[in-house]
Design a binder for this molecule. Structure first.
Ligand code: PLP
Length: 441
């Protein structure tokens, strides 16, 4: 059993020892992992583990790897479509009519919510807009949106367009939280302070949890409490949080949250998104919302009447009947999360990331610095490493050594050891490449 009290050592033997004690190591074999040969196009293409030496895949924050069961689950739907045609809505092994419901409880467990509070639907930015339609309700003196500076561009566009949609100038309506001079991440006390001073003018607080660039996870509970004390709604974009952090959305008491499932949730490129609406809004049918037939009362949906009658809870925000193949992919992935348990995954994730931080800790600050907070409660698996000297050359070296991680201009490399499929040896080898490079560079 791995425990957080472990004293790290910089050796491959030690990394191997950690892997041998890791009860979650069995999950690595549930995923296909690209190899140097497959990246070069030299391995035969097939839905199987590619031949050759496995890459050190540290990009699960960007696109999660493919669970092996995805192929089986999608194939079943292809077979049932062939066998049943339209009757598959009722007669397939996993009937399509209620298919999204097969994912609800597992999704709820991943994000720390009650089943009534979550639904899988649409894609991320779409859900963000739907939630802002309901929870960004600007009034005369309370019309601002509080966001972190440097939010993911899609969020910036979405927020600005919502402000404009309500007739506000985004320059006036959007308040950005910026780190203090000389710091890279936000302090909770500073966020609370802004809410204390400006809360009466803020209609909505919207935070990414984790911030995609810095890897900072915000301390949501006190921020949500302060936001509500000041009469603001609060929502989270969990693109980098769902499947990464041990989330407690219900207890944290946020009004809404949205996330995608192709990053840490491993459900494939462009896959579906999730949405959380707190239980206290479940029967609030007066909230303005954009409606579609899948959000309508299931009992009377096919009566095709003209009056929209929303379902209670998050399901009431659905628009369309969802894409079944994509739901099948997500179901395969969520089953792994359910078996492993988010709490256990986070515990291993803290060790993996802590180990990476330890291995880089004695490299000169003139060469690199880690901008992600070192406090494990303020981060997930991702470490954002600023390469002061030559990030592009470092990237070249990674490529040669079969490392996949990602780069954000001008100098940030995001490296994410994911507890479901990365190993301590992955982390060790990755750090060795950097150490070698730092010494020679
Ligand atoms: C990945 C990501 C997105 C992507 O949005 P899509 O609608 O899924 O294309 C948006 N916001 C954040 C914070 C992200 O990390």
């Amino acid at each position: 059993m791995l425990t957080s009290a472990v004293k790290f050592e910089n050796s491959e033997a030690f990394a191997r020892e950690l892997d041998s004690q890791d009860e979650l190591s069995v999950y690595r074999n549930e995923f296909f992992i690209p190899t140097r040969e497959s990246l070069d196009g030299k391995a035969p293409r097939a839905v199987q583990q590619p031949e050759g030496e496995k890459c050190i895949y540290l990009a699960g924050n960007s696109l999660g790897l493919q669970p092996k069961n995805v192929h089986k689950y999608i194939s079943e739907e292809l077979e049932d479509w062939a066998s049943f045609g339209v009757e598959g809505h009722w007669n397939s092994r996993h009937p399509w009519l209620p298919y999204h419901e097969f994912l609800t409880e597992m999704s709820a467990r991943v994000v720390g919510a009650k089943p009534i509070e979550v639904v899988v639907m649409n894609t991320l930015t779409g859900n963000l807009h739907l939630m802002m339609v309901s929870f960004y309700r600007p009034e005369k003196t309370r019309y601002k949106i509080l966001v972190e500076a440097g939010a993911f561009p899609s969020d910036q566009y979405a927020v600005a367009s919502q402000a404009k949609f309500h007739g506000h100038d985004p320059k006036d309506a959007i308040v950005e939280l910026k780190p203090r001079q000389g710091e890279d991440t936000l302090r909770t006390e500073d966020i609370l302070d802004v809410l204390d001073k400006q809360g009466e003018t803020i209609a909505l607080v919207l935070l990414g949890n984790v911030n995609y660039l810095t890897g900072q996870a915000f301390q949501v509970a006190p921020i949500a409490a302060k936001a509500h004390e000041k009469g603001c709604n609060i929502g989270l974009n969990l693109a980098h949080g769902a499947g990464n952090l041990h989330l407690q959305l219900h207890d944290w008491d946020v009004d809404f949250a949205v996330w995608c499932s192709y990053k840490y949730l491993n459900s494939g490129p462009g896959s579906l998104a999730g949405c959380f609406v707190h239980e206290r809004h479940q029967n609030n049918f007066d909230l303005p919302r954009f409606a579609g037939w899948w959000g309508h009362n299931k009992e009377t949906r096919f009566k095709m009447g003209p009056e929209f009658e929303p379902l209670p809870g998050a399901e009431g925000w659905q628009l369309s009947n969802p894409p079944i193949f994509q739901l099948a992919a997500l179901r395969a992935s969520l089953e792994l999360f359910d078996k492993a348990g988010m709490k256990n995954l986070r515990a291993k994730g803290d060790l993996l990331t802590g180990y990476l931080e330890f291995l880089l800790s004695d490299i000169s600050k003139t060469y690199l610095s880690i901008i992600t907070p070192s406090d494990p409660s303020q981060r997930g698996s991702q470490l954002s490493i600023r390469f002061v000297a030559n990030p592009k050359e470092m990237l070249g070296a990674f490529k040669e050594e079969g490392v996949i991680c990602d780069f954000r201009e001008p100098d940030i490399i995001r490296a994410t050891p994911v507890p479901l499929y990365n190993t301590f040896v992955d982390v060790y080898k990755f750090a060795q490449i950097i150490r070698r490079f730092a010494k020679n560079g």
